[in-house]
Design a binder for this molecule. Structure first.
Ligand SMILES: O=c1ccn([C@@H]2O[C@H](COP(=O)(O)O)[C@@H](O)[C@H]2O)c(=O)[nH]1
Length: 235
C-alpha cells in the first residue's frame, strides 16, 4: 500500500459496500485516503476495510471508541491488527483509557496512528453547554487536546477553527484531523464548526475529512478536483 502525501480523507458514509466501492473505484489511492465510519462498518463489518486495502487505500477507521480502558484498548488493537492506517477514540473517555490504548499499540509494535475526538464538529457552544461543559468549544478542545497528547496519542479530531490554537499548544507534528470541511457556498448540513479546505490548511489542519461535499456532489470527481485545485492555488 503506497502512502499518499495528500491531506485529503474521503468519508465513505454509505449504506452499503457497493456504493462505497463505486466511489473508491473512481478515486486514486495516490491522491487521497478513505474513511470508514459507523454506518458502513455496521453494515459490512471488516469487509469494507479489506476491500479498500485491496484497492491500495490507507484507511482511517472512524469508530470513535468510548468505553472502559480494557475494552477500548482491545478494540484499538483489533483495528490495528486489521492493518488500518488510523483509528480513533473519544478523548472524553479519559487519560487511563487513552494511555491503555496507546500502550497496547506500542507493546505490540503496531504502527497505526491513534487519535482522539475532542468536541464533535456538529456541536455549537450552546449544545456543548447543554451537556454540562461550561466553557466554549475552543476551550474544551484545547483541554482535551492537551490530555490526548499527555496520554501518548498522535493527534486529535477537532474542527479546523481550532487547528491554529492546537498547533500552538501541541506543536506542528501533533495531528489535527478536521471534519466539518465545506467548500465555499456548500450546504453546512448538520455541521456547526465548519471551514473551507483552503482556510483549514492555512489554519494548520494536517488532514481534511470530506464527506458529503464529494459523495453527494452531482459529479464527485469534479468536486474532488475543485478541492485539490483550491489547495494547490493556495500553495
Ligand atoms: O467531530 C467529528 C468527527 C467525525 N466526523 C465525521 O466526519 C465526516 C464528515 O462528513 P461530512 O459529510 O463532510 O460532514 C462524517 O463521516 C462524520 O462522521 C465529523 O463530522 N465530526
Amino acid at each position: 500500500m503506497a502512502a499518499t502525501e495528500s491531506p485529503l480523507i474521503i468519508a465513505l458514509d454509505y449504506p452499503d459496500l457497493s456504493q462505497a466501492l463505486a466511489l473508491a473505484d473512481a478515486l486514486d489511492p495516490a491522491r487521497c485516503r478513505v474513511k470508514i465510519g459507523k454506518e458502513l462498518f455496521t453494515r459490512t463489518g471488516p469487509a469494507a476495510i479489506d476491500a479498500m486495502h485491496q484497492r491500495g487505500f490507507e484507511v482511517f477507521l472512524d469508530l470513535k471508541f468510548h468505553d472502559i480502558p480494557n475494552t477500548v484498548a482491545g478494540a484499538v488493537e483489533a483495528a490495528a491488527d486489521r492493518g488500518v492506517w488510523m483509528v480513533n477514540v473519544h478523548a472524553s473517555g479519559g487519560r487511563r483509557m487513552m494511555e491503555a490504548s496507546a500502550e497496547r499499540l506500542v507493546k505490540r509494535g503496531l504502527k497505526t496512528h491513534l487519535i482522539a475526538v475532542t468536541v464533535l464538529t456538529s456541536m455549537s457552544d450552546d449544545e456543548l453547554h447543554e451537556t454540562g461543559v461550561s466553557g466554549n468549544a475552543l476551550a474544551q478542545v484545547e483541554r482535551l487536546a492537551r490530555l490526548t497528547q499527555q496520554s501518548g496519542l498522535d493527534g486529535v479530531v477537532c474542527s479546523a477553527r481550532e487547528s491554529a490554537s492546537i498547533r500552538e499548544l501541541c506543536g506542528g507534528a501533533f495531528l489535527k484531523v478536521t471534519p466539518g470541511i465545506r467548500p465555499p457556498m456548500a450546504d453546512q448540513g448538520d455541521q456547526r464548526r465548519v471551514m473551507t479546505p483552503e482556510a483549514a490548511m492555512s489554519a494548520g489542519s494536517t488532514h481534511l475529512v470530506i464527506g458529503r461535499a464529494i459523495t453527494r456532489a452531482a459529479d464527485p470527481m469534479a468536486a474532488l478536483a475543485d478541492i485539490e485545485r483550491s489547495l494547490s492555488d493556495r500553495a
